[in-house]
Design a protein around this ligand. Sequence first.
Ligand SMILES: NC(=O)c1ccc[n+]([C@@H]2O[C@H](COP(=O)([O-])OP(=O)(O)OC[C@H]3O[C@@H](n4cnc5c(N)ncnc54)[C@H](O)[C@@H]3O)[C@@H](O)[C@H]2O)c1
Length: 263
Amino acid sequence: MKRLLITGAAGGLGSMLRKRLAGYADILRLSDVADMQAAGPGEEVVPCDLTDLDAVTELVAGCNGIVHLGGRSIEDTWEIILNSNIIGTYNLFEAARRNGGPRIIFASSNHAIGFHPRSEKLDASSPQRPDSLYGVSKCFGENLGSYYWDKFRVENVAVRIGSCLAEPRDRRMMATYQSEADFERMVKAIFRASRVEHTVIYGVSANTEMWWDNSHADFLGYQPQDTSEVFRDKIEAQPPVDRDDPAVIFQGGGFAKAGHFED
Ligand SMILES: NC(=O)c1ccc[n+]([C@@H]2O[C@H](COP(=O)([O-])OP(=O)(O)OC[C@H]3O[C@@H](n4cnc5c(N)ncnc54)[C@H](O)[C@@H]3O)[C@@H](O)[C@H]2O)c1
């Protein structure tokens, strides 16, 4: 890979990936609206607001692959979700089309399917069931990916990331946890795959409690090596949960339970 763009590079996953992908591409182009550390060897730091289509088109020029992490990463006002996630993600896909269609990894979220109960096992063909405006924006991004593949042959993978953190924080995350190392493995597998078209996968480690089936995406070669089980004792030491709580019934947890942000 000659030049790989990471949007949202100042954020949690972006900073983690910046370190893990050092040397993976000839050049890592790192972009965000927030401050980023100065460019090191093999890096370019290019501040850019995703809401500005011309700027995003320039940002994407010369890139062979994109990991699109930029945007609001939790529920917020409609205005913020609209600008950062809906307009921002449209601009990113459109900029990719204008620049010859580099492969895109789109950071979708489990909150695109968060209103499915935990008792259901999902795969990529399960209907979207967003649990928030944030989740709706991720559904929009996934659908953009479908459209930009079908009409313009811009290849992309929408990753419904579970909880990519250093370690799970609660019982729900025993099912949704994806280790940072597995996230790195997944990104590399997606760029290594010969053809991805438009694929939706779940960003998750090889956890024992599993709500999601990724077998349709085996061709990508993503083989998670980690599991949340190593944190089991720590999580079991937490107070028991109320099984009638909507935050426990639904896959999206607290996002499904929360009120509407605009109220
Ligand atoms: N971390 C997880 O477990 C997880 C789970 C599901 C989905 N995701 C998705 O993965 C992505 C990265 O998550 P994160 O945890 O690193 O989030 P984060 O909030 O730490 O990082 C997001 C970054 O996007 C930037 N950004 C926001 N609006 C922007 C704009 N208009 N223009 C340019 N940059 C903008 C922010 O400044 C921030 O640095 C997000 O899209 C999030 O929705 C993450």
